[in-house]
Ligand binder design. Structure first.
Ligand code: SF4
Ligand code: SF4
Length: 370
């Protein structure tokens, strides 16, 4: 049985999936960022839906945004203004980069949804006061959800949702481990489809669907992989072509540092403490994004550790055009890799529109270098 089929189908039409869930009675809450506490939305009985933008031409959004906004923000707003997100109750905006913070205001005033929540998390995550602040912020978001969706989120409901989301994290992490052991076990395109689907699926359905997929993949004996091993790094990956290009050049991706990849699942929530406390600790200690701060070199050190652990021959930075937080981190992260003798390539992408031909040429040249 091809367990990937379900994920490919949902990835091909995430909107269709969410609309079906809504017709079945679910409330769908949109969000743009992996700092959104999906556990609280799940506990409220709603479906957390990551908005990535459909890649349609920007007709309406340009009137509200500066020319230098990333395509994630532009695409999401365009979809909302064009009515393509009408199945949402509303959206949540964890305050991360400047673009998302401004998008929240524009969205609230113009997108016309009933529900809107800002989650103003601490920027500096590694201080004592950040822990108190994070707990208060999460409690406030819980109250916003309860009021907006007319539900009461009990401790038991939140603990159940945490367990479900932890099952998902554990399975996604297992998929990465299988691939790391033998990169031929899972095609990059298939893993990408699983992740994109995971960002919009009902978490209990997702947890149930991942377990048989892993059970099927794990025991197979495969020839050893002898090609080049790559790590990808960046904000998000909305460009599945990258896997095709990498694999056509004889290499395989063995790890990533994307908010639509490893950053989304690394680190479970502690199930042995009070649910809100566990959540606060999780979002303080998770793999950090460049819009947050947990030490000057923490992102570079993480990338270096992952490159070493996964025996990577090189790193490709996928830089989403106009994403300032990632652009600011790139020079020092590249310098840290250079110092350790790990070659890297930087490729600028603009949603799904980047040229596959140009990517292929640069990727092939990079492989020759490795
Ligand atoms: S890179 Fe980090 S801060 Fe930016 S959208 Fe992704 S999860 Fe959010
Ligand atoms: S972190 Fe980068 S990719 Fe994410 S919303 Fe901000 S500018 Fe866009």
């Amino acid at each position: 049985m091809d367990h990937f089929q379900l994920f490919r189908r949902i990835n091909a039409d995430p909107r269709g999936y969410a609309i079906r869930r809504k017709q079945e009675g679910a409330k769908v809450i949109g969000h743009f960022c992996s700092y959104t506490p999906q556990e609280l939305i799940t506990a409220a009985g709603a479906l957390p839906y990551r908005i990535l933008g459909s890649g349609s031409d920007s007709v309406n959004a340009d009137g509200y945004l500066q020319a230098y906004c990333c395509s994630l923000v532009r695409g999401g707003l365009e979809d909302a203004l064009a009515g393509r997100l009408d199945f949402l109750e509303g959206a949540v905006f964890p305050h991360t980069c400047d673009s998302i913070q401004r998008l929240s205001d524009i969205w609230r005033m113009n997108a016309g949804f009933a529900f809107h929540a800002d989650i103003i998390m601490p920027v500096k995550l590694n201080t004592e006061s950040a822990a108190d602040y994070m707990r208060a912020v999460l409690a406030r978001f819980k109250a916003d959800l309860e009021k907006g969706l007319q539900v009461t989120i009990t401790e038991t409901m939140l603990a159940d949702a945490i367990r479900t989301c932890n099952r998902v994290r554990q399975s996604l992490s297992r998929l990465y481990a299988i691939r790391r052991q033998n990169p031929l076990a899972i095609g990059g395109g298939d893993l990408h489809a699983v992740f994109k689907a995971a960002l919009v699926m009902d978490r209990a359905e997702l947890a149930d669907a991942l377990e048989p997929l892993i059970a099927d993949l794990a025991p197979a004996v495969r020839p050893p992989f002898t090609g080049k091993r790559l790590v990808l790094s960046g904000g998000l990956c909305s460009m599945p072509d990258i896997y095709q290009v990498v694999e056509a050049s004889g290499a395989r991706v063995v790890w990533d540092d994307f908010c639509t990849g490893a950053r989304y699942f690394e680190g479970p929530v502690d199930e042995n403490c009070a649910p809100l406390e566990g959540l606060a600790q999780k979002y303080l200690q998770r793999v950090v994004c460049p819009a947050k701060h947990a030490g000057i070199y923490s992102r570079g050190q993480y990338l270096l550790d992952k490159a070493r652990e996964n025996r990577a021959d090189g790193v490709i930075f996928l830089y989403l055009k106009f994403c300032d937080p990632h652009a600011f981190d790139y020079p020092y992260m590249k310098a840290m890799l250079d110092k350790e003798g790990i070659p890297s390539l930087m490729f600028e992408i603009e949603d799904q529109l980047s040229s596959q031909g140009q990517l292929r040429t640069r990727c092939e040249a990079f492989m020759e270098m490795l």
